[in-house]
Ligand binder design. Sequence first.
Ligand SMILES: [Zn+2]
Length: 233
Amino acid sequence: MKRRVGHIVLAVILFCAVLGKMDFRGAAETSARIMAGKGMLRLVAETLEHPKVALTFDDGPSKKYTPMLLDGLKERGVQASFFLMGKNIEGNEELVKRIQEEGHLIGNHTYNHVQLNKVSKLEAKTEIEKTSNEIYEITGVYPVYMRPPFGSWRKDLDLSVEMFPVFWSIDTLDWKSQNVDSVMNIVEDQIQDGSIILMHDSYASSVEAALKIVDELEGKGYEFVTVDELLIV
Ligand SMILES: [Zn+2]
């Protein structure tokens, strides 16, 4: 009797062990299948999704250089973001209209390029709203993105239209070097998915460098987008 009980216990143990092994194997197969699925998804996502970067141009529009830049961007089918200074808009209304018509983003860079935290609240508000009103009169759209000069933003302004500050991750120092190779080297060293590149459409070297950046980075699989596409994600 004892022996029979022993056999039954042994049989139960063996049965459980086999079941356990089967479960283990089943779970391993399932997790392998999930991992393979995730791998496939990642592969598909990588194929469909290019790393995205944004070219941004401050201080314009420039009667001389902005059209050159717009021509080059149009040829390449690339959109960029232009943060305009109010005082540069007068006399360049057609250019502002063209920036809009060609699908670029238009943002605000104050009227006189003031450092917003170094002027009174009223002056800061006026600098922003005067520029936004000028842009609205030409484009019919109030800009909502703002590139604060010197990167100095302040949140205490009671603006009639809420503005979103847009900073940058790569400062090309194009205004300082006015050298195509120097700008290219800075961008090549620092570029990554989501980069916001700061430039100025006020120099021939900046226009040349910007178009070279587009050609080179597109060759590496980067996609150029306007800043709103990077900030929403
Ligand atoms: Zn500026």
